[in-house]
Design a protein around this ligand. Structure first.
Ligand code: PBG
Length: 334
């Protein structure tokens, strides 16, 4: 038999998959999904009143930043060519209503001011809008006397936080609390102030996930009782994600997100098919921790696994990926 003959039993004269896989150049030519630095957004944590960055043990390589170390990391992110940052603040003092989320001198708002002053419009500065990092009970909203998250009073808090974040310099407001009506409330608040041009990236399909575990160490926002299953989505449900997305778009969302990413690629694909706005997917802390832990044990090729997951998320239809590897992956791709 001659080279390139009919080994494997393929019928001569028919297209064969292997013809187009024979060299790296051939595979590059035929790649249907490509990654580039602009695909990525880096989530960052900034903590009030710390002298040095604090490593997060369950997320090797990720830290809680000081204001100064955040500014340095942001400059590096811009240099690496990623699209933006998603900011999370950790205040020194927490209370029942999360007052520090909208305090003008609250940590996340100070960080936004400084980053905007440093970077102007070079990166898209996204502000995660939630109360769980700011409340002493760790839930994403304010509570009724019975200890249940109270939807509508929470919307008033979210509106105040959105305005404070926009005032501080956020380019994008990203509500992640999964309250009903949160996008409409925030849009109305932004429109009634000077921020009609500030877009909303809705965490539209956010599941109650076991993969948020390490984040709760990073953001110090673990619920002190109960869990988030009454407001975040139930993992078995898919059609509901489309309903949540449609609802957020009807309320005025400019872009939508699916979260987590890897266990929900079917949702990413369905949402991407259904909408004509930008779709993001959030590769969350537990997805990061799994690969880091396996790689640290020598059980997996770290870079290869990371790039494969990022490719998979993009292939499923996400235009943009929030990932803790954003800067490192961007550097690999240059
Ligand atoms: C806050 C919020 C969470 C994450 C992003 N925003 C945690 C949660 O909902 O419990 C998780 C991100 C991650 O795990 O990387 N509502």
């Amino acid at each position: 038999m001659t080279a390139g003959g009919t080994a494997g039993g393929a019928t001569p004269g028919f297209a064969r998959g292997r013809r187009l896989r024979s060299t790296p150049a051939m595979r590059r030519w035929t790649a249907q999904t490509r990654l580039s630095p602009a695909d990525f957004v880096l989530p960052v944590f900034v903590k009030q009143d710390i002298a040095d960055p604090v490593p997060i043990s369950s997320m090797p390589g990720v830290v809680q930043h000081t204001l100064d170390s955040l500014r340095k990391a942001a400059a590096e992110a811009a240099e690496a060519g990623i699209s933006g940052l998603m900011l999370f603040g950790i205040p020194a003092e927490k209370d029942a209503v999360g007052s520090q989320a909208d305090a003008a001198d609250g940590i996340v708002n100070v960080a936004l001011q400084q980053l905007r002053a440093d970077l102007g419009d070079e990166l898209v500065l996204m502000a995660d809008l939630c109360l769980c990092e700011y409340t002493d009970h760790g839930h994403c909203g304010v509570l009724t006397p019975a200890g249940v998250v109270d939807n509508d009073p929470t919307l008033d808090r979210y509106t105040a936080v959105a305005i404070a974040q926009a005032q501080a310099g956020a380019h994008v407001i990203a509500p992640s609390g999964m309250m009903d009506g949160q996008v409409a409330a925030i849009r109305a608040g932004l429109d009634s102030t000077a921020f009609t041009e500030t877009p909303i990236l809705a965490y539209a399909a956010k599941y109650a996930s076991g993969f948020y575990g390490p984040f709760r160490e990073a953001a110090e926002g673990a619920p002190q009782f109960g869990d988030r299953s009454t407001y975040q989505m139930d993992p078995p449900n898919a059609d509901e994600a489309l309903r949540e997305v449609a609802q957020d778009l009807a309320e005025g969302a400019d872009a939508v997100m699916v979260k987590p990413a890897l266990p929900y690629l079917d949702i990413v694909a369905r949402v991407a098919d259904a909408v004509d706005v930008p779709v993001s997917a959030y590769q969350v802390s537990g997805e990061y921790a799994m690969i880091e832990a396996a790689a640290a044990n020598g059980w997996i090729d770290r870079q290869r696994a990371i790039l494969e997951t990022l490719t998979g998320i993009r292939r499923a239809g996400a235009g943009s990926v929030l990932t803790y590897w954003a800067v490192e992956a961007a550097r690999w791709l240059r």
